[in-house]
Write a protein that binds this ligand. Structure first.
Ligand code: FAD
Length: 508
């Protein structure tokens, strides 16, 4: 009897036990390109392209290694365009009594498979994906009823995984080098070269377009820069370790008007599609420090993102779904302005961050958090819409990691489960971390008037508007002291200015 083994588009893991074992002639591996997956959000064109191209490459590699593979292309007339529809049809066609799947990372797919298992004419078995460092519910068990402090979970994983440890002590005597990792980038050291391989995917793009898939952003199909297999992903990792990692730490929060990547790794797509295992990325960074090729503050800062934040947000997701994506603690309802899909705004920081997102399907963390997310929160944009936008636009956007970052960290929609205060700022912070303001028609110093940077009045209006909900937060105490000292006419003028900005959001 045949066993079907389902591989999802974000499960391209050659190191999974399924593929480490000798190929079994009774097993048929199944991959499918389906409308269900192209249409649950409006995705960036590069995301659809890269995932399908990487799936095709993965199927080919499995076949070359001797595995039997059934690959359903988007345009195949037998494609039922849904996961369970295709599984049922194929199971019947080949007489499969068992279907095995790796645990999906998204609630949506997990629920679909589990619901289907109850009625499917075959046994549906879920196995571990072996991708993360712990189980889905590890963070929930670790925190119990206590507060979900990322730092505690991170230290726990450092100890358990023996990462950057000298015996029982953290390497260098400290767990955290955040205070050294907050510099503006002066333009030197230079941004590392972009050594990523380019792919001509114009034929695949024609297939996607012919199927009528609605996307956003630039396809860039003639020279797609994302890795399509493990070998390419490993080359990108090595390049980052050599050129980016040594400077990652100090400039990880920096913004730059002329440079998109700075010292970021661009590894999130390879990690989230499981071409790379987080453990090997962490190990490569640690070895670079032990061999004197990168300083500890940079290496710790980088490892914290993967061993800490990445594992932590996954725990948040599984603990809080499915209600999580509907949270709206601050009651925000405003629609996204149209320039989220064009980048066509005069605010320079947003123009650059949105433009880059649409052109490249990538923006670095501070652009996502302190430029785009910051504005969305100050302007009171509907968090569910903001979530849909982030879920589509980035090459690395899969709900398990996107939703906690967008709704929890960035939009405070959970009322402070992840952060101890909303991540918002006026123009002063943006100016401190980068040079956009110098190129901007708005004036970073002005709060009122035609040329005033909208972040300023919106910031104070946000704090004022939400005082009942936010005043008690210890980290906002200085902000509320300042607000209380403000004269009534000044406050009224700020409120009025904010009202003007919000009334013509699409023209900012
Ligand atoms: P680097 O800066 O080089 O960091 C290295 C790796 O650390 C990343 O590849 C990523 O795997 C991990 N990492 C860093 N920060 C985080 C974080 N906050 N949460 C989880 N992992 C992290 N990341 C995604 O992978 N998918 C998303 O859909 C996503 N959406 C986001 C939405 C918002 C509003 C915000 C504020 C952040 C989001 N992030 C998301 C986290 C982070 O911005 C990206 O992981 C990062 O920018 C990817 O680029 P990079 O590989 O160059 O990262």
């Amino acid at each position: 009897a045949t066993v079907l083994r389902l591989v999802l588009g974000d499960q391209l893991d050659l190191l999974h036990p399924w593929f480490q074992a000798r190929p079994d002639p009774a097993v048929l591996v199944v991959l499918m390109e389906i409308r269900q997956e192209t249409d649950y959000a409006r995705h960036h064109a590069q995301k659809v392209l890269a995932i399908f191209a990487a799936m095709r490459r993965f199927a080919q590699q499995l076949q070359e290694a001797g595995h039997r593979v059934h690959y359903l292309r988007l345009g195949n007339p037998h494609n039922r365009q849904s996961l369970t529809g295709n599984l049922d049809a194929l199971a019947q066609a080949v007489g499969a009594g068992v279907v095995e799947a790796q645990l999906p990372d998204e609630w949506r797919l997990d629920a679909q498979l589990r619901a289907h298992a109850a009625q499917a004419p075959y046994a549906l078995r879920l196995v571990d994906s072996h991708h993360f460092l712990g189980a889905r519910d590890e963070a929930a068990r670790f925190f119990g009823d206590g507060p979900w402090l990322m730092e505690r979970f991170y230290r726990h994983l450092r100890q358990r995984e023996r990462v950057l440890m000298d015996g029982r002590q953290p390497a260098g005597g400290r767990w955290n080098f955040d205070t050294e990792n907050r510099s503006r980038w002066p333009g030197d050291p230079p941004e590392p070269p972009d050594t990523r391989r380019r792919h001509d995917l114009r034929a695949l793009w024609a297939e996607i377009e012919a199927a009528g898939v609605v996307t956003m952003g630039a396809p860039g199909a003639e020279a797609l820069p994302w890795p399509l297999d493990r070998t390419e992903a490993l080359a990108d990792l090595q390049s980052f370790i050599a050129h980016g990692l040594p400077h990652f730490g100090p400039f990880q929060d920096a913004l730059s008007d002329g440079h998109d990547r700075l010292f970021h790794s661009l590894l999130s797509f390879a990690l989230n599609t499981k071409m790379l295992h987080p453990r090997e990325v962490i190990a490569a960074a640690e070895v670079a420090w032990r061999e004197g090729r990168a300083p500890l503050a940079s290496v710790e800062g980088f490892i914290r993102q993967i061993l800490g934040w990445r594992e932590y947000v996954r725990g948040v997701y599984w603990a809080r779904m499915p209600d999580y994506v509907e949270l709206n603690h601050l009651g925000h309802t405003r629609a996204l302005p149209p320039w989220f899909w064009t980048g066509d705004t005069r605010m320079r920081c947003l123009q650059r961050a949105l433009g880059q997102s649409l052109q490249q399907a990538h923006a670095h963390h501070i652009q996502r958090l302190m430029v785009i997310g910051n504005f969305a929160l100050l302007a009171g944009l509907d968090p569910a819409e903001v979530h849909q936008w982030y879920l589509g636009v980035y090459i690395d956007a899969f709900e398990w990691v996107e939703a906690p970052n967008t709704l929890g960290m960035s939009q405070f929609a959970d009322g402070g489960g992840i952060t101890t205060k909303p991540y918002v700022s006026s123009a002063a912070y943006l100016d401190r971390m980068g040079d956009h303001c110098r190129h901007c028609p708005y004036d970073k110093r002005q709060r009122l008037g035609e040329r005033a940077c909208p972040f300023n009045a919106l910031y104070w209006d946000f704090m004022d508007r939400h005082a009942d909900r936010l005043r008690h937060l210890p980290r906002l105490a200085p902000v509320y002291r300042q607000l209380e000292r403000m004269s009534e006419p000044d406050l009224l003028a700020l409120r009025e200015q904010a009202r003007v900005h919000l009334a013509r959001l699409d023209q900012l």
